[in-house]
Design a protein around this ligand. Sequence first.
Ligand SMILES: [Zn+2]
Length: 241
Amino acid sequence: MTNLPHFIQSPLLTGVAGVYHAFCGADPLPWRDGRTRLRRFFSIPPDSVGTLKQVHSALVFEMEDADAGNPDAGSREGDALWTDRAGRGVGIRTADCVPVLIAHRERPLAVAVHAGWRGLAEGIVPATIQALAARFGAGVFDGLIAAVGPCARGCCYEVGDEVAGALSPLPGGGAALRKGAVPGKWMADLLPVALAQLRAAGIAEARCDATGICTICDPRFHSYRRERSASLRQLSFIYLP
Ligand SMILES: [Zn+2]
């Protein structure tokens, strides 16, 4: 991953022609909203980037123009959005949940997935890959490239039995949990679960990338666990110029 002050990029995704992406961190200029930031910092028209009203579901949608215009919110309820149209992009907002961005080596494709522990348990990752296969055919698997952004990791993310019980049966769930300091508490790592689900859905390990960053202990990124804010989120986007 390329480390820059306010956003981070995946070398794998950066290598895909015709795709532009970033996992944004906390904005050094907090007065900037998502629209301003997309336009001024990344030179992307904000009215071309779609986002959803994220509800920790397994709902996947093709982007419509009505989804665009406000990267800090969204109106349609769902947690994964994709487009194959030039001049369009998709984004998700996270603070400890897992942002996953996906592109394709040969065809124009931009996919953004919001996957917290609930979304991972609901199956948002396999649902997204299945939706792409339904639209483009099973051959789509061969060209998919995925990058997992900053999220809550095992160094910091203490959870109770409910979250541990939801994660443990998932691909990667066993490796993601270790016992916490007291009974009934666990340290959970969302990254290996997201990566294992991408692999289980048909994306080879060599075509998955991860920042490895923990949002809770890296202050460059927003963390709900650390900040307890209802509004501080980072935008991760992928755009087809
Ligand atoms: Zn940490």
